[in-house]
Design a protein around this ligand. Structure first.
Ligand code: MG
Length: 404
C-alpha cells in the first residue's frame, strides 16, 4: 500500500508538529510584520550526492531511434542547516548523448561547482555548469531541480509558486510504443479504459507499417479519443509528407519530430505540406534552438524536456521564446520517475504557452519510489501544494541505493 506524503511526514515528525498551529489576531500580525522586516534566511550547500539507479520496466519501450530504459541518476543536495533537495536525471544517449555512467562522472564534477553556494544562486550555478561543459543537460537538470526543491523548502512554497503559477492542473497523454498493429491497438484501448483521455502513438518506421498501426488503433479505440503521434525522426521529408497525408483521416492532434533533428529545411518542408500540425522535439534542446525553429518557420509547436534543456530555467526560456513567437509547447519526458516528472509538472503549471503534456514515463516502471509529488488521476495531473517539489523518496527504496 502506498503511504501518503502527510502520513509519511507525520511518521517522521510525530504528532507534535501537527498540533503546532499559528494563532491569529494582533500578536500574530506583529510577528508577521517583524518577520517581513528581518533579513532573509541564508544557508549554504554542504553536500551533493549522486546515486545511480535502474528500474525494471513493464514492457519494451521501442521507438524509432532505439529502446528506452529507466537507467537514471538520483541527486541529493543538502544544506548546512540540514535541508535536503532532490533531483533526477534520465539520460537517453540517442538524444542527449548521455548515459547513466557519464552522468555519474559529470555529476560528481559539477557537484564541486555547487558546494558552498547559497541554493538561490541558481542562475550563477547554471552559468558555471554551462561553462564547465556545454553538454550533459540531463545531469545538469537533476542538480538544478534539487536547488529549486531546496529554495521551495527554505521559503515554504511549492516550486510552481516560486516560478509563478498559471494553472493548477492539466491533462497528460499516455504513450503506446512501437509494436505490431493489433498489439498497439490493444494497448491504446487499455490506456483509454484506465481513464486517460489522450493517447500518444509512437510511429516513424515505413509509412505503410504506420498506416496499418494507426488504422488498427482508430478502429479499436473509436473516433472520439484524442490521439497525437511521434515519428522520432524516422521519416525522410518526402516520406513524412506521404505518411501524414495518409494519416490525416485519423484526425491526429499533431506529429512530433517527423524528420532527423538537424534538418530544419526538411522540417519546414514537412510543415508546409502536412495536413497535421508539426511539433519539434529532438530538434529543440535549448532556448537557442527554439529561436532556430522560429527563424526557419519550421514548427507549429515545441516539445520541452528538462532532460534536453538542462533544467527548469532553460525550459522556461524555451517556453517564453515560444510564447513570444505565438507557438504552443508541450512538456515531455524521457524515462523519469515522479521526481523529475514532478519538476516538469511545476514548469508546465507556470507557463501559459504549455498547452500539452506527456509526463507519463513513471507508468511504465515496475515500482514508483516517490512519496507525494504530482498526482495523476484519469490523465489529469495535479501539482503538489507542499514546499519545494513536494515529494520524498521511499526510505525502503533509498536503502537499496549506493552513492557514486
Ligand atoms: Mg518526441
Amino acid at each position: 500500500m502506498r503511504m501518503t506524503r502527510n502520513a509519511f511526514l507525520r511518521s517522521l515528525a510525530g504528532a507534535a508538529v501537527a498540533g503546532d498551529i499559528m494563532g491569529s489576531g494582533p500578536a500574530a500580525m506583529l510577528r508577521a510584520q517583524q518577520a517581513a522586516r528581518s533579513p532573509a534566511r541564508q544557508t549554504r550547500i554542504t553536500q551533493v550526492e549522486i546515486f545511480p539507479f535502474s528500474l525494471q520496466v513493464k514492457r519494451t519501450m521501442h521507438i524509432a531511434i532505439g529502446n528506452m530504459a529507466a537507467e537514471n541518476v538520483l541527486v541529493r543536495i543538502q544544506t548546512a542547516d540540514g535541508l535536503v533537495g532532490w533531483g533526477e536525471s534520465s539520460p537517453f544517449a540517442p538524444v542527449t548523448g548521455e548515459t547513466q555512467e557519464t552522468d555519474v562522472v559529470m555529476g560528481r564534477r559539477l557537484a564541486g561547482i555547487i558546494r558552498g553556494h547559497d541554493p538561490f544562486d541558481i542562475p550563477r550555478i547554471a552559468s558555471d555548469m554551462a561553462a564547465h561543459t556545454p553538454g550533459f543537460p540531463s545531469i545538469k537538470a537533476a542538480l538544478e531541480m534539487a536547488l529549486w526543491d531546496l529554495c521551495g523548502k527554505i521559503t515554504g512554497q511549492p516550486v510552481s509558486r516560486l516560478l509563478g503559477r498559471y494553472r493548477d492542473s492539466f491533462e497528460t497523454d499516455l504513450t503506446v510504443y512501437l509494436d505490431e498493429p493489433q498489439v498497439m491497438a490493444d494497448r491504446a484501448k487499455e490506456i483509454v479504459q484506465s481513464g486517460f483521455k489522450i493517447v500518444k502513438v509512437k510511429l516513424g518506421e515505413t509509412p505503410e507499417k504506420d498506416f496499418a498501426r494507426m488504422g488498427a488503433i482508430r478502429k479499436t479505440v473509436g473516433d472520439e479519443v484524442r490521439i497525437r503521434i511521434d515519428a522520432n525522426q524516422g521519416w525522410t521529408p518526402a516520406e513524412a509528407v506521404r505518411a501524414l497525408r495518409g494519416l490525416e483521416k485519423h484526425r491526429l492532434e499533431f506529429c512530433e519530430q517527423p524528420v532527423v533533428y538537424w534538418d530544419w529545411e526538411g522540417l519546414k518542408y514537412v510543415r508546409d505540406n502536412s495536413p497535421i500540425p508539426i511539433m519539434a522535439d529532438e530538434a529543440v534542446h535549448f532556448p537557442q534552438d527554439a529561436i532556430q525553429a522560429v527563424r526557419h518557420d519550421a514548427a507549429d509547436m515545441i516539445n520541452i524536456k528538462l532532460m534536453k534543456s538542462g533544467g527548469i530555467l532553460q525550459s522556461i526560456a524555451i517556453a517564453q521564446n515560444a510564447e513570444a513567437a505565438n507557438i504552443h509547447c508541450m512538456l515531455g519526458c524521457m524515462s523519469e520517475t515522479r521526481v523529475a516528472l514532478t519538476a516538469a509538472a511545476h514548469v508546465a503549471a507556470s507557463q501559459r504557452a504549455v498547452l500539452y503534456a506527456d509526463l507519463d514515463a513513471f507508468t511504465e516502471h515496475a515500482i514508483d519510489p516517490v512519496i507525494g509529488g504530482m498526482e495523476v488521476k484519469d490523465g489529469t495531473i495535479r501539482i503538489p501544494d507542499t514546499p519545494g517539489l513536494g515529494l520524498d523518496l521511499d526510505p525502503a527504496f533509498l536503502r537499496t541505493l549506493r552513492p557514486a
